[in-house]
Design a binder for this molecule. Structure first.
Ligand code: ADP
Ligand code: MG
Length: 780
């Protein structure tokens, strides 16, 4: 017989990222542990009992030290084991004992001077909360923009005058006009910093608002004092332009930050917006439009042309082409007919479909993707923990440095004005706002861009590991190949091929192995009547022993036949011939004699060759590991341009092989579909699960590829490297201004206005640098 055309890659519905028990937030956490560090039990706190994760949306955090303060406020609530704050996403994940309530946490956050509310979990409430937050943010942004424009207009003449002092331009403002220009800026633009500083100080700590408020107030009030005292003669000693420029630039930085934060979280928001709220349910009375939350499993829904699919399900009627791009990153429409799996959130093309619901609401693939992406984005990089520590002690330290600068200058020169100006510069240049944004903006932008290309990163440690990978090991079956072998040749030594196939396929009805399925399909295609074996025992990585119609049957490779003490000399030449054509062979032994050989071919995936080449081009070693024979492995490896192969490896041996590579110093990524390779995925530095696989693979994998496209492996490494690189660059940009600026300012070499500009630049560099990452896209 000839091979039936192999089907295209498996559908999305085979996908399963995490398996939460519906409706319970605690079991959800078990299935997908949040990317938080292990719970810290402080001495004296209650012994760790059952715990829960409470999630809050936090408002009012403007910088890293704010995040630090919210974190310590939450941690000081009795019963709280750990708290993770994500500044970019404005949220907190709190691990706490079951006695802790969300209200306790909200109260603690509010006491610290910030706003909080429990994060809504069900999709409709979540969306409402998101929309509300977004409307608030948009209004806030408009207000900020207005303030910016106003401050800029008022500041401009002051700046012009400052320039005029060093050039022969005829700009001259009277001190009273300067006062009139600077005062509205100080009041309007300064208000939020005074407010923020007041809140922080009341809460018992200092933040960057304190630095801005202190610095600009010093410059402003000193100048006011001179104007009031000396009148027109004060000209030389005015620093109105310093305070006005600083405030204008800091407001400018805030605006950019707000924009950047909004666009970095766009990936998750787009995904959420995909979840339809209503569905057309088919019932006895025809079509009724109901809320998706009212649907039950097994309900039939009608998806009209152009509509979004409301549930995960199976097509029971109709045919159409679906746009799955937002889930898989694949831009070509995918044909769906009766029996095809469809995914909630995908867009129907021109045909109408009737779909039977197999997963609803929070259990759909889309909801799982959203949770996975959110989880990755709220995690905290090891380096970020250090940054937070630094940030929390930073402000007090800076205030001390500023005071020391002031005292030093005053004592040394007896020049109050110079001393004050140097201290103001120190306060302004030291703002650590960029520091708090450095990691989260890059992380959110990077993982969001990855998700858009169908690459889901579990957490930041997966990202960091993926960036260091130098060796990629591919499982053969289902990963480099389609994973759907078809029977190509049947050789019965007695010529009775149908009988051979019937007995073999009957025995294989007991097995879930892809080869077993191939034999059963081939037998069914020939119309053979099969009967379940009376007894059957799988030999992992070797084959199967069974009893069919009272006779002992063994089907499998040489290892199996050898272990039964059966001679297979007669089959060996034939096997070799088949294997050289990249066909997997199994021998069939009946009643202690090998009676024939069945050969099966599994097509390499179309993009496997390119995927391997992509890795090589990046200097990454690619290797194939398989339980199949050396000959078959070699033939397939040659077809796709792979050099390294490890053949004849039993499932358990795969993890050993991975460990051996790691012991030699390689950073190993294992790519598999999870059918018998979950242990290997777990043994690798990072497991990459290819989207068609089993649930268990998704759980052990650090990265999940939503499409079975080997080219996505190189893309996943790329986006990880790019994100990690961005995080490093951002930390550099955040620190360099402070590191260089503080000593310069203390030495009196940096004017307050320039310090303000530098500080704003620091935030701007960080957010725009991270923003560049959003454009990343897998080139497949
Ligand atoms: P892979 O590494 O390609 O996933 P496996 O470890 O699952 O391969 O299987 C290795 C070999 O064991 C197969 O190539 C086949 O020769 C034999 N084998 C395993 N299961 C069966 C089965 N149910 N029937 C026949 N042969 C089998
Ligand atoms: Mg396999």
């Amino acid at each position: 017989m000839t091979a039936a055309p192999t089907s295209t890659s498996k559908t999305l519905a085979d996908l399963d990222i995490e398996v939460p028990a519906p409706g319970s937030c605690c079991s959800k956490n078990k299935a997908a542990p949040p990317a938080t560090p292990a719970p810290v039990t402080r001495p004296g706190s209650e012994p760790p009992g059952p715990s829960q994760t409470l999630r809050l949306d936090v408002t009012g955090m403007s910088c890293a030290s704010c995040a630090g303060r919210v974190e310590s406020a939450l941690k000081s609530v009795p019963g709280v084991r750990d708290a993770t704050i994500n500044l970019a996403l404005e949220r907190a994940d709190v691990m706490a004992g079951t006695t802790v309530t969300a209200a306790d946490l909200v109260a603690a956050v509010e006491h610290a001077g910030y706003g909080a509310r429990p994060r809504a979990e069900d999709p409709a409430a979540r969306r409402a909360a998101n929309e509300r937050a977004e409307a608030e943010n948009a209004a806030e942004e408009r207000r900020t923009l207005l303030i910016l424009i106003l401050s800029a207009l008022l500041t401009l003449p002051l700046v012009a005058q400052m320039i005029a002092m060093v050039t022969p331009l005829p700009v001259h403002l009277s001190p009273w006009i300067e006062l009139a220009l600077a005062t509205p800026v100080q009041v309007i633009a300064g208000a939020r910093f005074y407010r923020g500083a007041f809140k922080a100080l009341r809460g018992g700590s200092a933040n960057m608002d304190v630095l801005v408020a202190l610095g600009t107030s010093a410059a402003y009030f000193y100048s006011v004092f001179r104007v009031l005292n000396d009148g027109m003669a004060a000209q030389e000693h005015l620093y109105f332009e310093a305070s006005a420029v600083i405030l204008t630039l800091v407001i400018f930085g805030k605006l950019l930050e707000a924009r950047a934060k909004r666009s970095t979280t766009a990936a998750v928001r787009t995904l959420m917006a995909l979840r339809p709220e209503t569905a057309n349910r088919l019932g006895d009375g025809g079509v009724t439009t109901v809320a998706v939350s009212e649907l039950r499993l097994g309900d039939h829904v009608l998806v009209r042309p152009g509509e979004r699919v409301p549930v995960d399900g199976t097509v029971v009627e109709g045919a159409s082409e679906l746009d799955e791009a937002l889930i898989t990153g694949e831009s070509l429409p995918v044909t769906k007919t009766q029996g095809s799996e469809v995914t909630a959130g995908t867009i129907n093309g021109s045909g109408a479909l009737t779909v039977e619901a197999t997963a609803l609401g929070e259990d759909t693939t889309l909801s799982r993707i959203i949770r996975l992406v959110e989880n990755a984005q709220s995690g905290k990089a090891p380096v970020q923990k250090l940054v937070d520590k630094v940030a929390s002690i930073f402000v007090p330290v800076v205030v001390v440095i500023a005071l020391a600068t002031f005292a030093g200058w005053w004592l040394a020169t007896a020049d109050f004005e110079a001393a004050m100006i140097a201290a103001v510069s120190v306060l302004v240049i030291a703002c650590p706002c960029a520091l708090g944004l450095a990691t989260p903006t890059a992380l959110v932008a990077g993982t969001g861009a990855a998700a858009r290309s169908g690459i889901l990163v579990k957490d930041i440690s997966a990202l960091e590991t993926a960036a260091r990978v130098d060796t990629v090991v591919f499982d053969k079956t289902g990963t480099l190949t389609e994973g759907r072998p078809e029977v190509t040749d049947i050789h019965a030594f007695d010529g009775k091929t149908d009988r051979l196939l019937r007995i073999a396929a009957s025995a294989q009805m007991a097995s879930e192995h892809p080869l077993a399925h191939a034999m059963v399909r081939a037998a069914e295609a020939k119309g053979l009547t099969l009967s379940r074996p009376a007894k059957a025992e799988a030999r992992v990585g070797e084959g199967l022993v069974a009893e069919v119609a009272g006779e002992p049957v063994a089907i499998g490779n040489a290892a199996l036949i050898d272990s039964l003490g059966i001679d297979h000399f007669t089959a060996d030449t034939l096997r070799r011939q088949m294997e050289e054509q990249a066909k997997t062979t199994v021998m069939v032994a009946i009643a202690g004699r090998v009676v024939g050989v069945i050969a099966m071919a599994d097509r390499p995936r179309d993009s496997a060759r390119e995927g391997v080449a992509d890795l090589k081009a990046r200097g990454v070693r690619a290797q194939m590991i398989t339980g199949d024979t050396q000959t078959v492995a070699r033939a397939i490896a040659d077809a796709i341009g792979l050099d390294d192969i490890a053949a004849g490896v039993k499932p358990a041996g795969k993890s050993t092989a991975i460990e051996a590579l790691r012991n030699k110093g390689a950073v190993v990524a294992m790519v598999g579909d999870g059918v018998n390779d979950a242990p290997a995925l777990a043994a690798a530095d990072i497991g990459i699960a290819m989207g068609t696989g089993a649930d268990v693979a998704m759980e052990t994998a650090g990265i999940t590829l939503m499409r079975s496209d080997p080219r996505l492996v190189a893309a996943a490494l790329d986006v990880s490297r790019a994100t990690v690189k961005k995080i490093r660059q951002n930390l550099f940009w955040a620190f360099i201004y402070n590191v260089v600026g503080i000593p310069l300012a203390a030495a009196g070499l940096l004017s307050p206005a320039i310090a303000g500009a530098a500080m704003a630049m620091s935030s701007v560099s960080v957010v725009t640098n991270a923003g560049l990452l959003r454009r990343w896209k897998a080139k497949v």
